[in-house]
Design a protein around this ligand. Sequence first.
Ligand SMILES: [Zn+2]
Ligand SMILES: [Zn+2]
Length: 340
Amino acid sequence: MIVETAAGLYCEAGGFHIDPWLPVERAVITHAHSDHARPGSGAYLCVDAARTVLQRRLPDAAIETLGYGEPRTLGDARVSFHPAGHILGSAQVRVEHRGEVWVVSGDYKRQADPTCAPLEPVRCHTFVTEATFALPIYTWDSPIAVVDAILDWWRGNRDEGRPSVLFCYVLGKAQRILAEIGDRADGPIHLHGAMCGMTDAYREAGVAMAAAERVGEGMRGKALARSLVLAPLAARGTSWMRRLPHASDAFASGLMRVRGVRRQRAFDRGFALSDHADWGALLDTIGETGASRVLVTHGWSEALARYLREARGLDTGVIRTAYEGEAGELTSSPADGPAE
Ligand SMILES: [Zn+2]
Ligand SMILES: [Zn+2]
C-alpha cells in the first residue's frame, strides 16, 4: 500500500508522499524537522498543532491541516494524524485502504514532554518505525532528573561567574528545555539567534516556557556570566563563542548516554535528554500497535529489524530513507552511532 520511491514513501491509492525528500505534488508531513519537512512540494498536509512551526520552516508552502484523529479522504485512502510525542505538532500518519491499515510513525518518544501531546499507540497491520536509539544501551532517565541536573550545573557555574552554554537542537529540544525549566530559572536565560524563530513559533502556539532573551550583538563577558545560554551545536568553535569566555559547555542529546561520545567531544557535561524513544519505549510502542509487520527507517534500523524478527517473530524490513534524525548538525561517525 505504501512503497519506496526515489522521492520517499508513496501511497499510490491516495496519491501522496509521506515526508518526501524531493519535491512532490502532495506531501503529508509527520513533523517539521528539516529532514522530514523539505521545501518545494505542491501541497502540504499536517496536523493543526504543526502549522506555526512548519510555516516558519517553509514560508512559501501551501499548508492544509487536520486535527489529531480527524480523517481525510485522499484518493481512495483515508488518512489521519495521531500524536507522536516527539516535538510540537509531531504526528504518526495512519493510512487505511480497503481494510488494510498502515501507520508511519515519523519520529516519536514516550517520555512526558510539556510541549506536545503524548504518543497514542495506533493499531495497524504494518507499522513503519524510526530506530534512532534502537540499541539496549539507550535507556533514558526521567526528564525531571535531567532538568534538575541541568539546573545544578547552571547554578554551580553561575556561582563561579561562568556562563553555562547548553548546546541543543534548535527545534524541539530547546523549547522542551525552556518548558521544563518553567519558573524554576534562578538566573537569566539567553538564546543564540538561531533559536529565536522556533521559540517564538512555540510561544505563538501557546506553549508555556521560561522567559528567554536573544543574545544581543554587543553582549559579552560579564553580561552573560550568570546566564544559561542555549545554542545550536553549529555555534561551537565559531567566533560567536568569543563573547562567552570561560564558559562551561554541555550538550543535551540522547547521544550523551554514551560516555565515549561525551569524552570524544570534550563537553564539560552531557545531558541525555532525547526526543526519540529509547530501546524499551520502541519495543513497547511496536507491541502496542499489534502490527504483524514492522518496517524500520532511520537509525539502528538493521539491529531493530533483526531483534523484532528473531525475538518477536515479526515480519520485518528496512526502508532506506534520507532522514537523519534530530541533530543532523552533529556529524556522525560510526563511533557515534546515528545522529540524534
Ligand atoms: Zn527523524
Ligand atoms: Zn524529528
